[in-house]
Design a protein around this ligand. Structure first.
Ligand code: SAM
Length: 228
């Protein structure tokens, strides 16, 4: 990494800490969802920018907000962007479990420098559990169940290993945690690149479940929502 990149990162990291009160004040009781999404994308030079298309995540958030989930599991934390957004549409006393494999494919998140900031993201009454590990490791699943304390998840978001094998494993392992009436979100259902296999699994699932495709225009990653 060049000295300039290092300095730029340091500056962005510092401004994230300095401006954190702006994030902590984001609250849908006082602000619109559009405002919250814009703030999260733009904050501190994009420090928490989700790896998402704005229009797609906004529409997904509208649905998750209706559900008002109390128990959320996210596979694929990356820089914390979607984690932060889920926290704002969740129940004010929600439990959120988010999983990432530092150095993992398709990003690499939950660095030691970011974790202390992540801990400040939820609303005051919410509980956040950060798991730094491979979602495909049975121990990660067990830990997730421990954190859910016997409760089913209302919402699961799968956005980690996007290979067909990887996303299938995440679905097979974590979807049984979701209650009937809950929702499962998949990211990148519209991506056709060969290393991405979400689309293949998504087309299979659509044949057997009630689903909704959220696909942006002109740019699309695609979010698939599956209703349990
Ligand atoms: C596309 S990013 C997630 C983006 C995030 N949801 C957002 O929109 O801000 C994918 C993340 O999944 C993680 N990942 C990849 N394979 C994983 C695995 N097997 N277990 C846990 N995390 C994994 C990567 O480290 C990366 O941070």
């Amino acid at each position: 990494m060049s000295v300039l990149t290092l300095l730029w990162r340091l500056r962005r990291y510092t401004s994230a800490w300095v401006g954190l009160h702006r994030i902590r004040n984001l609250d849908l009781r006082r602000q619109s969802l559009e405002h919250v999404v814009d703030e999260v994308f733009d904050f501190a030079g994009g420090f928490f920018e989700p790896v998402q298309i704005r229009s797609e995540i906004l529409e997904a958030l509208r649905e998750v907000r209706e559900l008002r989930p109390k128990y959320i599991v996210e596979v694929g934390t990356a820089g914390g962007g979607t984690l932060l957004l889920w926290s704002r549409v969740a129940d004010p006393e929600a439990t959120i479990v988010t999983i990432d494999l530092p150095g993992g494919e398709f990003g690499g998140g939950s660095s030691y420098l970011r974790v202390p900031l992540f801990r400040k993201l939820p609303l005051p009454g919410q509980t956040l559990h950060l798991i730094r590990g491979d979602s495909h490791d049975p121990k990660t699943l067990e830990l997730t169940k421990t954190y859910l304390q016997g409760h089913s998840a209302d919402f699961l978001f799968i956005d980690a290993d996007h290979t067909e094998r990887g996303v299938r494993a995440d679905y097979d392992m974590y979807s049984p945690l979701v209650r009937a009436g809950g929702m499962i979100g998949f990211h990148d259902i519209a991506i056709t690149r060969p290393e991405y296999g979400v689309r293949t699994l998504w087309h299979e699932l659509k044949a057997h479940h009630r689903t909704r495709d959220i696909v942006g225009e002109p740019l699309a990653y695609g979010i698939g929502l599956l209703y349990r």
